[in-house]
Design a protein around this ligand. Sequence first.
Ligand code: CO
Length: 466
Amino acid sequence: MAQKVRFTETVLRDANQSLMATRLPYSDMEKILPTMDKAGYYSVECWGGATFDSCLRYLNEDPWERLRNIRKLMPNTKLQMLLRGQNLLGYKHYHDDVVEKFVELSVKNGIDILRIFDALNDFRNIRTALEATQKAGAIASGCISYTQSPVHTPAKYAEMCKELQTMGFDTICLKDMAGTMSPAEAESLFKGIKDAGVTLPLILHTHCTTGMAYMTIMKAIESGVDIIDTATSCFSNGTSQPATESIYYALEQMGIETGLNEKAINEVNDYFKPIKQKYIDDKTLNPKSMGTDAQALVYKVPGGMLSNMIANLTEMKAMDKFDAALAEIPAVRADMGYPPLVTPLSQMVGNQAVTNVLVGERYKNISKEIKSYLKGEYGISPAPVNAEIQARVLKEAGMEAPLDCRDEDSKRTGEDFAKAREALGDLAKTEEDVMSYICFPNQAVKYLEGRKAKEENMATYSIVEC
Ligand code: CO
């Protein structure tokens, strides 16, 4: 039987987020949706991540309405979203009832697949979202944040995958957000996962940032990966995903079935070419993000973290400390129990390394965020944290032991939603409005006030017309 590899197209979400800060409005995607619906993708990632925030904050769009519109024009394709477990779309820990409601509404408005992850791979933080997804009848994809460290061995990843399988997820995704997974690592990872007895479909999500993604995807396919994330070619490469059409052609020649419709995927690219040009012209799309930057491989930290650190040091006129700060990162990361370097942990670790070097003494000043982390507010770290620093922070806070963030259960009140509804008053017309407010209060109020004003104007206008 021929090997099959299916594709998730990311142009509407991750490619849009990685290359142009999620500024693609619905009006720029609407016309191509019926064609995308015929392309034969496994799924189209179209929601979650920064799309929700960007809709409200910059595009004056209701993210729920966008989702319903995409659903209408793509009735035959699975629509996928990215969800940060108990943090939903942000970094705050929400109560279970809010998480349950969010998932229920997402599925009601059109989502078929929820890819659920936790920045620390603390799977207690994704269980509520998993159960809510199952209850809503959608597909739950358990997602692991990929990172490299002495404790992140292939055996450890295989163990995590087995845990996700036992929890009841439908598929498993390895999410390499920094694009640092090498072909050799992909091979040992995916082979190791299969050998450990994981039978669920495996997905690889990576980025071209460091230039390795095509090679890594090829090795992953040889090693048994079932689904890959790609972006239509004009929105591919750089900090985005590898190109859909290129991988399609490569796989077809190798006799691997993709299920893709060649004509449709080429039409999708033709459609997006002038749109991309428009955003290059108005500087929304920075050509820098389209290049390859292998620095992350050299320094072993994600590109975004490096640029954040350079910006901080430049601002403090301390660029001469760059090498020392860079060398301090692995030490801080080890003290923190090797968290994956994703937002917000990458910034937290980077900033603490800079502080340690500038102050000239390790942890003399500890940032508020690192203190919260050591108090257990972010979840369980992959390896134990430095006990001495943690003890200092706990003592200062008058705590005997770190928090168990699943204490949320005991705090579960069911009032969050009601309180938010009350706060919004007549601005909220639907449960979706209330949920927008819970996730992004300021942006939601701004959007909802604008909508109300527009409706009132229209009402006045129609009276005049009568
Ligand atoms: Co990504």
